[in-house]
Write a protein that binds this ligand. Structure first.
Ligand SMILES: Nc1ncnc2c1ncn2[C@@H]1O[C@H](COP(=O)(O)OP(=O)(O)OP(=O)(O)O)[C@@H](O)[C@H]1O
Length: 348
């Protein structure tokens, strides 16, 4: 990985994407936040800012420190460094201003969804109307079923309802859609969009890169307890996502000669230095812009590649994630050696 290409932590309080703008006080701010569990360093000097009204995404591999950071921000664990929420230490913040959906949350099983939302609403002086909250998360029709009889997605949506019943100014959602079917995910996405439109600041952790790319204004990528990149998703994709790629699915694995022949054909037709790799499914040519797809296909034909199907893909936040966490190489390791591969940052 080219470390010099990676942003400094917390690089962009505004980025042009923060509705609050650079002048607004951040809702969340952290500087040099550290937390260890015995010998395990969970947070290793995290710095970040979240502006009012932003949907902020925190991504990173298992064990990167995301849940620890959410716990530190919500005052459920202590951390070293300067951490502020609404300008105060997390434990001093009025709980009514915060909504939290923890990663694992097991409410009493023999209460109905309605009773649960009522119960959590009862903890606040000015809770939202239970029926409206159930409607918001798509649970109005199943509100009288015991929690234990609900599907995994219905349970998670009920938990989201308990996290928003106090109409929080700042909502932490730690992997809200894990295990939820597409319709349930859509219901939660719509809810997050509505809350953000109404001015709620949302701090979202998720392993679903499509959801993060779609919902967030800014993202921080955590790896080994450090922020290794942050910024608006489209900016991160432009900087770290790599090149658009053409994938040819082939029944048989290509020989080295075929790969070299494709590379030579691409070089000749596109006039660029190609990156051609074997993948699990066949062959991949990187750096193919939409207008050059025809030439790249000719290069495959010219090299005698018998492909069953072709797909062209633009880089996405998932590519950023895979590149900056090093998981791209772990994945490629199974796929055989790549040929004429450019440097990581040089193949765009
Ligand atoms: N209560 C704890 N006691 C000891 N170690 C812990 C504790 N909580 C977290 N850790 C360790 O701290 C590191 C960061 O864990 P954390 O749960 O914050 O990661 P994460 O990014 O949320 O992971 P995941 O995506 O799997 O939820 C891991 O090495 C984890 O094993």
């Amino acid at each position: 990985m080219n470390e010099t290409a990676i942003d400094a932590a917390g690089d962009a309080p505004a980025d042009g994407a923060s509705p609050g703008g650079p002048a607004a006080d951040p809702v969340v701010s952290g500087e040099g936040v550290r937390k260890s569990y015995g010998d395990v360093v969970a947070l290793d000097g995290v710095s970040l800012d979240v502006a009012a009204g932003e949907v902020f995404g925190l991504i990173g591999p298992n064990g990167a420190g995301k849940t620890t950071l959410v716990r530190a921000l919500t005052g459920t664990t202590e951390a070293d460094g300067d951490l502020r929420v609404f300008g105060e230490p997390p434990r001093d913040v009025d709980p009514a201003r915060i909504g939290l959906l923890p990663q694992s949350f097991d409410p009493p099983a023999r209460l109905t969804a309605r009773e649960l939302v009522d119960y959590y609403g009862g903890l606040y002086d000015a809770a939202r109307d239970t029926e409206a909250v159930l409607e918001d998360v798509g649970m109005a029709d199943d509100a009288d079923a015991w929690y234990e009889t609900l599907s995994g997605g219905q349970k998670r949506r009920t938990c989201v309802a308990t996290a928003v019943v106090n109409d929080p100014d700042l909502l932490f959602l730690d992997e809200p859609t894990t295990g939820i079917d597409p319709a349930g995910r859509r219901a939660i996405h719509r809810l997050i969009e509505r809350l953000a439109a109404g001015g709620t600041t949302v701090f979202l952790t998720s392993h679903a890169m499509d959801e993060v790319e779609r919902l967030t204004d800014r993202v921080a990528l955590l790896r080994d307890g450090r922020v290794v990149a942050s910024g608006a998703p489209d900016r991160l994709v432009a900087e770290h996502g790599g090149a658009p790629r053409l994938d040819a699915a082939t029944a048989e694995s290509a020989t080295e000669e075929v790969v070299e022949s494709v590379a030579s054909g691409v070089r000749e037709r596109l006039g660029t230095e190609p990156t051609v790799e074997r993948t699990e499914a066949g062959l991949r040519v990187r750096g193919v812009r939409p207008e050059a797809i025809g030439d790249a296909v000719d290069a495959l034909d010219g090299a005698g590649v018998a492909f069953d199907s072709l797909s062209w893909t633009e880089p996405s936040l998932e590519d950023v994630y895979l590149r900056l966490t090093g998981e791209e190489y772990a994945r490629r390791g199974d796929a055989g050696e790549s040929v004429e591969r450019a440097d990581e940052e040089g193949d765009r």
